[in-house]
Design a protein around this ligand. Structure first.
Ligand code: MV4
Length: 457
């Protein structure tokens, strides 16, 4: 087992990784930017190294700085968390060259999944259902038109190196296609340095459902069920839950089997997520695979009782999976609310000092946060400052728990998304489990202007 792990991240996820390391008896190294000197992850790590100025590009994204910190402290592995360098095949390769274990899949697998058009082709070959579309990138507008006419409008043009919604264009008729292809290519070139785009049939208002998997270095793969992540705004998830209100045990078993076969086909190791779109008829289509630990991993931990971060570390150290698929038992229902430092009406970021902080507790409540009283929320990083996760015997108990947990959270000095979450939890469509990626748009349109939001507590 590793003796010392460097955590190449900040905030709540750095803390989450420290929790796992402490339980496993592994020493930790925190890295920090000048904006994070007084943060919890620095305080609770065994050692810490400053890796640069506040700007992420100069610190948390700086591969030489991260590698140097690992070498100076003698860390034998790096956990990248999510965001930042977590899906950098380059960092994984540099780690290999430096004999530092990267806690994640092999660089080849990270690179494969980073190319969405290639991932689509490989998944199709592995028997995973995909949407009709182009076989790889479309080289010309003529080719794009030919594919679009074959599959029928509406179609969606996506950047092969995209993700998170950038470089995407929905096209409803042939006349719009040339312009959409051009702008998507230009956007992709600017954002990712590669202008390739591919085409898929567009699904209206789908659900976003993703499967969590774990694969060891001995060819064993299990799935830990799904998370429903349809409640999002501008590609930022707000609330996630497991199980999905839309999945039967039978469909879960079928989908789970498919993702296990797919993961085995690419020799996937460590933790991973296979994202699917589910249409209104309940049909599933592979969208992309994420080769990192995800923000919303706790809802899966709550319903399976499996500590995904500890499993990631054990897998990276070469251990065999300690669970067979039959050992994975799903119990109850879990919901996560992402608490952002932002105005709940306008979504404008609200950095500043938290003058008073009190986390909720009680049965079935878990809080993951970088916050403490008198802490500073920096404008340099993501606005997510806490995750409140609840577990209940069923969905309605989980919803009631989340309401009382949010009502009993104290965050003074900045605005947060707590009032928005309380409104979502009281929405009849949410309560009925009628979810889709259009949920938030419709919810915000229903919400009368001028403060029908629940009072912040
Ligand atoms: C789609 C789609 C509908 N049809 N692809 C958005 C982010 C990127 N990962 C893929 N996305 C989508 N791809 C087809 N063929 C709708 C979306 C989409 C979406 C997906 C998941 C969660 C939220 C979303 C919000 C808008 C659009």
């Amino acid at each position: 087992m590793f003796k010392k792990i460097l955590i190449a991240n900040r905030g709540e996820i750095a803390m989450r990784i420290i929790f796992a390391c402490r339980e496993l008896g592994i020493k930790t190294v925190a890295v920090w930017s000048e904006a994070d000197e007084n943060s919890l992850h620095v305080r609770f790590a065994d050692e810490d190294v400053c890796i640069g100025p506040a700007r992420s590009a100069d610190s948390y994204l700086n591969v030489p700085a991260v590698i140097s910190a690992a070498e100076i402290t003698g860390a034998d592995a790096i956990h990248p968390g999510y965001g930042f360098l977590s899906e950098s095949a380059y960092l994984a390769e540099v780690c290999e060259a430096c004999h530092i274990k990267f806690i994640g899949p092999d660089p080849q697998v990270i690179r494969l999944m980073g190319d969405k058009a290639r991932a689509r082709r490989v998944m199709k070959k592995a028997g995973v259902p995909i949407l009709p579309g182009s076989d790889g990138p479309v080289e010309s507008e003529e080719k794009a038109l030919k594919v679009a006419k074959e599959i029928g409008f509406p179609v969606i043009v996506k950047a092969t190196n995209g993700g998170g919604g950038r470089g995407m264009r929905v096209v409803r008729n042939a006349s719009e296609l040339p312009h959409a292809v051009k702008t998507a290519q230009r956007e992709a070139e600017a954002a990712f340095g590669v202008g390739d785009v591919y085409i898929e049939k567009y699904v209206e208002a789908p659900r976003h459902i993703e499967f969590q998997i774990l694969g060891d270095q001995h060819g064993n793969v299990i799935h830990l069920g799904e998370r429903e992540c349809s409640i999002q705004r501008r590609h930022q998830k707000l609330l996630e839950e497991s199980p999905s209100p839309a999945l039967s045990d039978k469909v879960r078993r079928k989908m789970g089997g498919i993702v296990i076969d797919a993961a085995k086909a690419v020799q996937y190791t460590n933790a991973g997520t296979f994202e699917f779109l589910m249409d209104s008829d309940g049909r599933f289509y592979f969208m992309e695979a994420n080769t990192r630990l995800q923000v919303e991993h706790p809802v899966t931990e709550m319903v399976t009782g499996i500590d995904i971060v500890k499993e990631q570390i054990r897998i990276a150290a070469g251990e065999r999976l300690r669970f067979k698929q039959g050992d994975v038992v799903f119990t109850g229902h879990s919901i996560e609310c992402r608490i952002n430092a932002e105005d709940p009406e306008t979504f404008v970021p609200s950095p500043g000092i938290i003058h008073a902080f009190s986390a909720p507790g009680g049965p079935g409540v878990r809080v993951e946060t970088l916050a403490h009283s008198e802490c500073t929320i920096s404008p340099y990083y993501d606005s997510m400052i806490a995750k409140i996760i609840v577990h209940g015997r069923d969905r309605s108990e989980a919803v009631a728990r989340m309401r009382r947990a949010l009502e009993m959270t104290v965050i003074e000095g900045i605005k947060t998304s707590i009032p928005l979450h309380l409104n979502i939890l009281n929405d009849p469509a949410f309560i009925a489990g009628k979810l889709s990626t259009s949920f938030m748009e419709q919810f915000l349109a229903r919400r009368p202007k001028g403060g029908r939001l629940a009072e912040a507590v």
